[in-house]
Design a protein around this ligand. Sequence first.
Ligand SMILES: NC(=O)c1ccc[n+]([C@@H]2O[C@H](COP(=O)([O-])OP(=O)(O)OC[C@H]3O[C@@H](n4cnc5c(N)ncnc54)[C@H](O)[C@@H]3O)[C@@H](O)[C@H]2O)c1
Length: 329
Amino acid sequence: MKKIVITGGCGFIGVNLIRFLLTNDEEISIRILDNLSVGQPEDLARVCKFNRWKDDNPSQWKAGGVFLVTGDIRDFDLSLQVCQGADVIVHLAANTGVIPSIEDPRKDCELNVLGTFNYLESARQQGVARFILASSGAPLGEQIPPIHEEMVPRPISPYGASKLCGEAYCSAFHGSYGLETVCLRFGNVYGPYSYHKGSVVAKFIKHLLADEPLPIYGDGNQTRDFIYVDDLARAVWLSMSAPDIGGQVFQIATHREHTVAEVAEMLNELARNLLGKKGLIIHENARKGEVLRNFSDIGKAKKLLGWEPRWNLSQGLENTFKWFVEQKG
Ligand SMILES: NC(=O)c1ccc[n+]([C@@H]2O[C@H](COP(=O)([O-])OP(=O)(O)OC[C@H]3O[C@@H](n4cnc5c(N)ncnc54)[C@H](O)[C@@H]3O)[C@@H](O)[C@H]2O)c1
């Protein structure tokens, strides 16, 4: 049985990952640590049955069992308890996103640097074998795409800097203590259970369903690499057991570039076909700290993880759109 700690497990990626793991792997036990600042137990309850974790019995692990611990990643004593007996830590909890990091860089640093350090240090002290960090393309900053693992990082936002710092500590804990750290730099993830997200796909769908215009920052020609959350969950799952990848960084995306305007048009078409609606597009000022073009070379993940995405953008958007419609109805 594999015993997995997932921080931030009630959030968008966490809930999808847990659904994926429980569907694909019977021999796992999951312990979630989340402060419920964003994700909610109700979100988790939609994908699994879970129990509240009792801190007087921290060693409880059960095949197929899911336990929720409510707490903060900045609480080191709690992280030590949560990680006791674990084989793998998937560290998702974070200050997520560029804009919040620009608004409050100190909070971003405390969560993404110290929070990550706490779970690395707990992994070391508790003898956890593998630590998977949810990173992002943001550490690389403005580069000529496709971005890849060999590029020199030059973050242009506090979020990029704090994620890069997390990657640096992963490298150090691998080098100094032999902890098998794996940093996964996610592309722009979209999919079901993203109702609370401000990312472009979730935001556009919410606006379409509320009959509000779709706000595009700048001219809409900025590009992103959009990855469907099921593909991402499979990459995380493979990273838990792939051999000889300690200390490595991987770009986890699709190697495809789509403009934000293109995504708005694809979602508009879905709204027209499925609901007979048509959204209005409005342009707002471009935002500082965001890169203009972004997509990833995923050759290393293909080679070392044996992973590649299976969903294309139109299938993934349709699935996501339908999920949002079902929630409304
Ligand atoms: N969604 C994306 O497109 C994307 C892209 C690149 C990287 N990432 C990274 O993936 C990870 C997960 O992102 P997500 O989209 O699921 O975000 P999310 O906000 O949906 O989930 C994050 C979860 O962490 C919890 N959390 C936040 N602060 C916490 C704290 N101090 N202590 C304990 N729990 C806390 C929240 O309650 C939430 O449930 C993050 O590290 C993010 O930076 C996401």
